[in-house]
Design a protein around this ligand. Sequence first.
Ligand code: SF4
Length: 777
Amino acid sequence: MGLTGIQILKKLPKKNCGECGVPTCMAFAMKVAAGQADIGACPYVDPAVKEEIAEASAPPVRVVKLGGGEHTYKLGGDTVLFRHEKRFESPTLIGTLITTEMDASEVEKRLNYYKKYQWDRVGIKLQPDVILIQGKGDAFEGLVKKVREEIPWVAIILKSEDLNSLSKGIEVCGDFKPAIFSEEFSGDLINLAKEKKVPLIIKGNTIGDVAKKSEEAIKQGLKEIILDTGARSVREVFEDQVILRKAAIKKRFKPLGFPTIVFTYRYADSLVMEGIIASLLIPKYAGIIIMSDLRPDILLNLLIEKMNIFTDPQKPLTVEEGIYPVNGPDEYSPVIITCNFALTYFIVNGEVEGSRVPTWLLIKDTDGLSVLTAWAAGKFNADNIAEFVKKCGIADKVKHRKLAIPGYVGGMKGELEEELPDWEILVGPREASGLPAFLKKLAKELREEAGVPAGTVSGGEEVKEEAKPKEEAPSEGAPEGQRVICIAESINIMSKRIGPAMKERNPEPIQKMAKEETELGADYLDLNIGPAKKDGPELASWIVKVVEEVVDTPISLDTTNPDAMTAGLKVSKNPQKALMNSITIQKSRLEKLGPLAAELGCNVVALLWGESGLPRDANERAALVVDLVGKLNEYGIPNEKIWVDPILTPITLGADQIQETLTFLSMLQEITPGVKTTIGLSNVSNGVATHLRPYLNRVMLMMLMKYGLYSAILDVYDKELVEIAKGKHPDWVEMVHKMMDGEEPDVKSLSPKELEIYKTVKVLTGETIFSESWLEV
Ligand code: SF4
């Protein structure tokens, strides 16, 4: 970890003058910590402090660059030990070597590898990307020229014991920066690297030796170094990589805080074994891997591994839009559709394959967003699904006209049937695990209707909904504690009970729910009409009127459609109390909704969804909140009208992200004083079995209360959750907060309820790895 925003703040002059381009020093510090601002932008920081901050906020594994222009290769830049903590920054460079000892045909053959071995996978080009050139004299210079001419995109390492040859090789490379390597470490070698501004590979006999040499090079002013520990066995090289990375990240030991290079042929005498060693070292921090030779089968495996390890775990991989036949479908087989988020695809595909039901799986391009997110972003709605179904050609492949959509977007059934009048839309299960039973039943029906034999299809299990947990009786007469405003989440177009009523403009079920939610303790009613692409303005104004006719509870209008938001809030009886849910930094929403919120004087949810999606950590959230709140202020919306939503992520994605949300909340008042907060609480339990979700939601709420959460969009039908929000369980809240401060309760003395809370805190803080059996462990 580099410096945190708070650590940087302590070194700033705290004038809050805004000359750095952001309104406060705290905001500026957050941006510097997130790597989005340069410390040099503050004119009042002392140059020595500037240098100190720049140095301290550099990544613990320094960045080293090879090549140039569009073929610049970055090494290092890492800040974490494990990929799931954030991401691995710079893909390992993989390649082989050519030497002046090789005959011309061997050199030619090897250069041809680089031209031939190129593959395309999910839009990513896979190819060897580095070559080591070894030798001396004119032949060496000639090889460098040849490489630059024939494979100009490939990064270069120049290896020679003759400094003059290295120098000439560097000159041949011109602006295309090579790394230089000589077994003999010397002051002259350092000077050459310094003078020519190229990275130097430093070889040691042990880690201690390499650290000593690296320290010396740093002292002489060299900034770009690559380390070779000179390990003698597979075990040693593996351990060395781990020790180096730990020393850099955990201890911030500068001499070892550089990318590494590994030569697999030092540890194996067959290319297959080299491939195995390389595959071990790609995830274990090797910056460059040089193999004795390249073979397409081995290379492709390594490149695929590299692609998987170095993708950003927060940026989903996608699969191509199209029709995917699974289990050999025919014209009577079921047709189902889902999004192109690779994880969704693999899960759905796995379940369909496992069911052994021949099925046509339609994959719709949603930019890699999962089903619900894509629906909310308008990338998986009736219009564009219909357009895809019409053009993809599935109608030519099946005789029936039945299409199953994911259960989570079952609410669009009617709309989709309007768009696809020849098709009957079926609502599939919400979770992929329900697909085998669903498909078996559907396949059987389709075959029966068509009068064809059922074949291998077996059928008929019913998909049962999981029972809701039994509610415990509310505690009577408990002392009141901290309160959180409850925004009821259930009036939602995706709900089975409410979705059809919205579509049919049937006010009754909606009004009934509005009254129920109010009685259950809702302080606000969230009216979620989704993207409402077609009839958004009309639907929004209708639903606002319908709800306000029967209750006085303020509304939170929830849509991504700015026109619908405008229409709905304009007809509200009480717009100043209403909540605009939500505004983001995206121009299209901000520019329409910012002035409207200012005009109406309503409250605004400032959703921290950045230009490139979900912020990765507390620093990125902080940098984003500065921008968004600043822009809302420019429209004349004061901080007390802004409810910041830092976005809560599901526990299934790991506890680290939840911790980032909590850390962000702990700093928020210092960054943008006076803003309020809100959160989509149920997100934390998304993807978890229905009966277990309340346990996570309740404890998460208590944890968020530690940082003064102002409001939460939550399930008011969960009475215990509402009681917690209303301050009816201060003892539980206190216990949770003490645990968050590191206090360990005496487990033996805990009541069953407290034990349940205890175990859930452990899961949400990441002390226990989440699994659905966490309460039983
Ligand atoms: Fe002014 Fe920005 Fe420097 Fe703070 S960090 S003193 S706000 S220029």
